[in-house]
Design a protein around this ligand. Structure first.
Ligand code: SF4
Length: 330
């Protein structure tokens, strides 16, 4: 007996990096306790990248490969592409009729993001971008999901979704939509190899499917304590990217590594080798699985088609009720 129903998704913007692993590992665990719907939310990708969509099909395939390699199991979950389940779009439209505009305008980060991207020469002052949180709400509500795994930064979006569910139920005097609860997941904010935010545009990311040589090279490039010139100089691990990674991936070794660093008893080359070994242990099985899936793109497409069927079945049940309640589509 499953404990509840979950929807979660990611925007397909390229190969995933190891900063995404903790979220995906949480999804993998939730598959056993919940009925899960995991969507590759390609319509969301269009809210910021509407003018250059050529890479979208590749990004969708990369995301499917990454998800399946990490352990999402199509036998347990519906794994699908958002734009293939049109009910997401229909619910978004219908909910837009009842959602007051200020609710969207007041979403924290909305104005900041518009401003930030404007500075980068990108105009996202669009209806689509303003409606992004509403589309998120539709993604969740179309499955009448009661639980959403989120990071702290996404809580305002989930609160909006709850408000919309409440407003719908109140306006039409029904209890059609549950108010979904957050399942807060630990989200690792891993820096990139140069200490800045991990991002493909900086070239400082470590992809989930990275090969061994490239992994070793990325770790060699990691920024360490600049005050350490010689191997026996006392180090300051708190300013070192390698140390941050050890904290995440080798918590059992971190105290002794820290002590050795401060005492000048371990060199950065050795310390990085140990980290490479740890990361290799974690990433090698994922890489192998990804490589084998890359050879079977048709099979991956079948999985997505199957996911689409499962998702559509549930989404359509919800939409039949919504249409009836709103007296549309008869
Ligand atoms: S020994 Fe390790 S923790 Fe210390 S500065 Fe070098 S890489 Fe960083």
């Amino acid at each position: 007996m499953k404990q509840g129903r979950i929807f979660s998704g990611m925007r397909p913007t390229g190969k995933l990096h190891i900063g995404h692993l903790s979220v995906l590992e949480n999804w993998v665990r939730l598959q056993d306790s919940h009925e899960c719907f995991f969507g590759i939310v390609d319509w969301h990708a269009l809210t910021t990248a509407y003018d250059d969509t050529k890479s979208l099909p590749d990004h969708i395939m990369d995301m499917a490969l990454d998800w399946l390699s990490v352990g999402l199991d199509p036998e347990k979950s519906a794994v699908f592409i958002q734009s293939q389940v049109k009910q997401h779009g229909e619910l978004h439209l219908l909910l837009s009729m009842i959602t007051p505009l200020p609710w969207l305008e007041r979403v924290p980060t909305y104005k900041d993001q518009v401003q930030q991207l404007k500075l980068q020469g990108k105009d996202i002052n669009t209806v689509g971008f303003l409606g992004y949180p509403l589309l998120m709400a539709a993604d969740i509500l179309v499955y009448r999901a009661d639980t959403v795994p989120v990071g702290v930064d996404q809580l305002p979006h989930l609160e909006l979704c709850r408000e919309i569910a409440r407003r719908f139920n109140y306006l039409y005097q029904v209890s059609l939509f549950p108010e979904p609860q957050a399942s807060l997941s630990r989200q690792e904010v891993l820096p990139g190899t140069d200490g800045r935010k991990m991002s493909k545009s900086y070239g400082n990311e470590i992809a989930i499917g990275i090969d061994s040589n490239e992994l070793a090279q990325k770790v060699r490039q990691m920024v360490t304590d600049p005050a350490r010139i010689r191997k026996d100089d006392p180090g300051h691990p708190e300013v070192c990217v390698v140390h941050t990674y050890h904290q995440f991936y080798a918590p059992e070794d971190v105290a002794s590594l820290e002590e050795s660093c401060r005492a000048g008893q371990i060199g950065c080359v050795e310390c990085k080798k140990q980290l490479t070994g740890k990361l290799e242990e974690i990433l090698a099985p994922i890489r192998e699985k990804r490589k084998s899936l890359e050879q079977k793109p048709e099979w991956v497409k079948e999985i997505l088609a199957e996911g689409r069927k499962k998702a559509t079945l549930e989404a359509e049940k919800t939409m039949a009720l919504v249409r009836e309640v709103m007296s549309v589509g008869w």
